[in-house]
Design a protein around this ligand. Structure first.
Ligand code: MG
Length: 122
């Protein structure tokens, strides 16, 4: 089994230093999102349950837009701006969870990708 760092290099076509930079950037972004939450919502920013519910709420907002596309009320092109906005909200709360849990998300992603690759590749 390839190490997560080796897998990242192979999949992304990055060298060791590029993977290290990308990994640090994602962790720095999660810490930045957490600092924003601490400034804007100090009463709830460290409450993992609250943040998980907020993440679910933002996923629901994204799904509601996709529901409108599915039923033909809007086209994807008409909804793209709103979808991008909700995806950013999802990403912010996802990063907050990463920060609160102490996830090293790139490393964890490629740990899972390596596992799934061996599990599902026929
Ligand atoms: Mg939203």
């Amino acid at each position: 089994m390839a190490s997560p760092n080796k897998a990242a290099q192979e999949v992304l076509g990055y060298n060791h230093d590029q993977v290290a930079t990308f990994r640090k950037a994602l962790n720095d972004l999660a810490d930045s999102a957490q600092r924003d939450s601490d400034r804007w919502f100090p009463d709830t920013s460290r409450d993992l349950g609250h943040i998980a519910l907020a993440l679910g709420g933002e996923v629901g907002e994204m799904q509601n837009i996709i529901k409108k596309i599915e039923r033909g009320t809007k086209t994807l092109d008409e909804a793209r701006g709103d979808l991008r906005d909700e995806l950013a909200d999802v990403f912010v709360y996802f990063l907050d969870v990463c920060s609160l849990v102490g996830s090293d998300i790139l490393y964890d992603y490629f740990t899972k990708q390596t596992y799934n690759n061996e599990r599902f590749t026929k």
